[in-house]
Ligand binder design. Structure first.
Ligand code: NAD
Length: 351
């Protein structure tokens, strides 16, 4: 066995029902005395509930998906104007993304309180969008110093969005099996992540008001993101990145739809990934396990339902072809990719 694995330095707290206390302790340990709390309009009340006893110098509520550059600039200006010394992000991947964009240029520490299963809080990847083009990069400065996970904050996330977001996390697990830097540690984390997500998502659908499913799904999504941060983007993420940018599709739903098609394509050529995913999903084969879970949780099935135009397939094929990781388990041809995208567009059986 020969491999090199870098672990990212970060504290993680699981504190169900206790976000306010845990957040206060983490801010104190960082020495934060003039905080900027970033939370989308929709999470404004939630943010006040858990952060109102902290030394907040500025509440920032302007958040949008994929972090438009002008929005990042306004948040950075607010940091300078209010003499901020630490950032608190409370929300989904879009909110964490804005905090990362601010940390990228200011070096300020972030304490992240995630409210979806996107997993951005556990990666050192940032993203910014300008003129419909998304740029991403890697910088340890954007990695939140601490994550506070409180499953009770997930109870308001509607079931359909919970399912899409949880499958977005499962996509991190699957791509971590064959990503460009995938190593045995990533595969172990991804396997356990997938197991927890299977259990958690079924429970969320069965009992949306229960905490157990939300806890399992959060735990799984954290492991998924840690594995993914190390393994890097595989074929699945390359496809979703292109589709999201080109057609402005919703992030979590796009991942949820595309995942079974990439798994059906790659798994026959990736026996170890196939075995680990099948085991994690409690099934004979990886695809059977994923199909069963998707049926159970009523997963989204077709990209056309989210606004992708049919005549956009050729342009997407061309763009993805240039980004396929060289170590992908299977050769990706234009014809194969067109067939995969068409199946995902119309919601066909991935087999
Ligand atoms: P999001 O943050 O846009 O949230 C989706 C919706 O859910 C929003 O309307 C939000 O207000 C609402 N919401 C969030 N939490 C809620 C809660 N607890 N209750 C009710 N409503 C709630 O979407 P997302 O899928 O979490 O994140 C997507 C973004 O994150 C994309 O821009 C994606 O590129 C980025 N991302 C980045 C990384 C990374 O490593 N850098 C990883 C994953 C995702």
């Amino acid at each position: 066995m020969r491999f090199q694995h870098d672990s990212l330095p970060q504290r993680v707290r699981f504190a169900t029902g206790d976000a306010a206390t845990a957040l206060g302790e983490e801010v104190t340990s960082l020495g934060g005395s003039r905080l900027m709390v970033i939370a989308a309009e929709a999470e404004r009340e939630l943010a006040r509930r858990i952060a109102s006893s902290l030394p907040v110098a500025h509440w920032h509520h302007e958040v949008a998906m994929h972090v438009p550059v002008p929005m990042a600039e306004r948040a950075r200006a607010a940091v300078a104007e209010h003499d901020i010394d630490a950032l608190v992000s409370i929300g989904g991947g879009s909110t964490t993304g804005l905090a990362k964009a601010v940390a990228l240029t200011t070096g300020l520490p972030i304490v992240a309180v995630p409210t979806t299963y996107a997993g951005s809080e556990a990666t050192n990847v940032w993203g910014l969008t300008e003129d419909n083009r998304k740029t991403t990069g890697v910088d340890d400065q954007v990695l939140p110093r601490t994550i506070v996970y409180d499953a009770s904050l997930m109870l308001t996330l509607p079931v359909d969005l919970s399912v899409a977001s949880g499958l977005n996390a499962l996509a991190h697990c699957v791509d971590s099996m064959w990503g460009p830097r995938a190593d045995p540690i990533d595969r172990a984390l991804a396997g356990e992540g997938a197991r927890a997500l299977r259990i958690g998502l079924s429970q969320v659908v069965e009992d949306p008001a229960g905490l157990r499913g939300r806890e399992h799904t959060l735990y799984g999504s954290y492991l998924a993101a840690v594995a993914f941060a190390s393994a890097g983007s595989g074929l699945h993420h390359k496809i979703c990145h292109v589709l999201g940018g080109m057609f402005d599709l919703p992030h979590a739903q796009t991942h949820a739809v595309v995942l079974p098609h990439v798994l059906a394509f790659n798994a026959p050529a990736a026996p170890e990934a196939e075995r680990r995913i099948a085991e994690a999903l409690g099934s004979d084969t990886a695809l059977t396990g994923l199909t069963r879970l998707r049926t159970e949780v009523n997963a989204p099935t077709a990209l056309r339902d989210y606004g992708m135009p049919e005549d956009g397939i050729p342009a997407a094929v061309e763009s993805v072809l240039g980004a396929v990781p060289p170590n992908n388990p299977r050769l990706v041809t234009a014809d194969a990719l067109a067939a995969l995208l068409r199946a995902a567009w119309e919601g066909a059986d991935p087999r």
